[in-house]
Ligand binder design. Structure first.
Ligand code: 5AD
Ligand code: SF4
Length: 439
């Protein structure tokens, strides 16, 4: 009899890729994906706890399964990811949602198969949260869902301890995969037909630090040297470790996109210090200058937080002025969310919600106006896009150029995974609309 799985993913690309690994494990056990959670024999929630709203979103969705589980007693509900790894959270989850069958931590992903088999033999909930990171596990084949892009982990965990961030607590210390395994995975994916490779890590620039393996710029070079037409991206870079060697490698290789994600978080030196980011506004601007010296047209995207404890109106104005100065092509903007156990959560100068809300609105307005202005410059130009998807509401295909700009276009046939030249006819806020140009 057919058995089905349904995975709900919260949070970042790291989690999206981890869900692909969970799907690989479930496929190995004979499960197939289904479209609706109601049809699932196993429902997995891959959670995120980076901000309170991600956490609440997961709680809401798990809560909604209570009725379904009461009707469908054999259905297995499993909750994993960053949320469960927080100290004490597994017990809270178990008390709040006693019908959840399996609770597993970020370090227990590789034993998911065992946990499912254990649950099938037991009436009790199976709860396994491993505190230590353990060895990196190679060999489990993910079931990829993001063709033509393929995610490849290069590091796990983080050593930076930015004062607001929960990641080092729930993902453990930084570990790097061996470069030969990464390169072999990239080669196999390109041979299979993937057209974009994205190397993933919390701070890719510190890849293989203090080991005998090659550096991140060398790794990037070796992946770019693989034969075939494909794009190479990476995320995320920490500005303190963003080096001239890396910029030179990006500049020298056509396959590496001229599009760098470099989270700045704040434009104020006092706030950057309190965030423990270990660079100043001036250091950051120097990195941008270095990037533009070698790659004048390089797109830069960023992450920004408003309402960090103690942020004054002047500090916030510094963030706005930095956004104007750099001219980011786009930015992810967040209201600071206190995370239990972090240094910032204990600070006694938290910012009132209404102040943070008004700041985020002003920031989003500025970021969007920058993005709109840059988009409008595309009109009339022809750009090469990699077609990624089909939007069935708009009845149009969509792709991105190497700078990450999204363009919609019509096509009589399925062109997902193809590189196409698109003449841009109009700019619609962030995205562009155009026609395929035959060469
Ligand atoms: N509150 C708000 N934003 C946060 N981020 C990380 N932790 C928090 C927090 N506690 C943001 C940072 C980071 C991105 C992935 O999430 O901007 O770069
Ligand atoms: Fe969090 Fe800072 Fe590590 Fe990024 S670098 S994951 S923001 S601690």
């Amino acid at each position: 009899m057919d058995k089905f799985y349904y995975i709900t993913t919260y949070g970042c690309q790291m989690n999206v890729h981890e869900s692909e690994k969970i799907a690989g494990i479930l496929a190995g056990l004979g499960y197939r994906a289904c479209e609706k959670i109601e049809d699932a024999d196993i429902a997995v929630f891959n959670t995120c706890c980076i901000r309170e709203n991600a956490e609440n979103h997961a709680y809401g969705n798990i809560g909604m399964l209570k009725k379904l589980k009461a009707k469908k007693k054999d259905m297995i509900i499993a909750v994993g990811g960053c949320l469960t790894q927080q100290i004490g959270k597994a017990d809270i989850l178990h008390k709040k949602f006693p019908y959840v069958d399996i609770i597993f931590g970020t370090h227990n992903l590789n034993s998911l198969e065992e946990l499912i088999l254990k649950k099938q033999k037991s009436k009790k909930a199976v709860i396994e949260i491993e505190e230590s990171e353990g060895e990196i596990c190679e060999g489990d084949a993910p079931l990829r869902t993001s063709y033509p892009n393929a995610w490849i982990n290069i590091t796990y965990g983080c050593n930076n301890f930015c004062s607001y961030c929960i990641v080092p607590y729930v993902r453990g210390r930084e570990r790097s995969r061996r470069s030969e395994n990464i390169i072999a995975e990239a080669k196999a994916l390109i041979a299979e037909g993937y057209k974009e490779i994205t190397l993933l890590g919390q701070n890719v620039n510190s890849y293989a630090n203090n080991t005998d393996d090659i550096t991140f710029p060398e790794l990037l070079q070796r992946v770019a040297d693989i034969d075939g037409k494909f794009r190479l991206r990476f995320m995320t870079s920490h500005p303190k470790d963003f080096s001239e060697d890396l910029v030179k490698v990006i500049a020298a290789n056509n396959k590496i996109c001229n599009d760098v994600h470099l989270p700045v978080q704040s434009g104020s030196n006092a706030i950057l210090k309190a965030m423990n980011r270990r660079y100043t506004r001036e250091d950051y601007l120097k990195k941008i200058e270095l990037l533009k010296k070698y790659i004048p047209d390089c797109a830069v995207t960023t992450d920004l937080i408003v309402g960090f404890p103690g942020e004054t109106e002047e500090d916030f104005e510094d963030t706005l002025s930095l956004v104007r100065e750099v001219g980011f092509s786009s930015a992810f903007t967040f209201v600071y969310s206190p995370r239990e156990g972090t240094v910032a959560a204990k600070m006694d100068n938290q910012i009132p919600e209404d102040v943070s809300k008004s700041r985020i609105m002003r920031l989003v307005e500025l970021v969007n106006s920058n993005t709109r202005e840059q988009s409008s410059k595309y009109v009339g130009r022809t750009v090469e896009v990699l077609c990624e998807d089909y939007d069935d509401k708009k009845n149009l295909y969509l792709g991105r150029d190497e700078y990450g700009r999204m363009a919609y276009f019509a096509s009589p046939s399925n062109v997902i995974g193809e590189f196409l030249n698109i003449k841009i006819q109009s700019a619609n806020g962030i995205s562009l609309v155009g026609n395929i140009v035959k060469d």
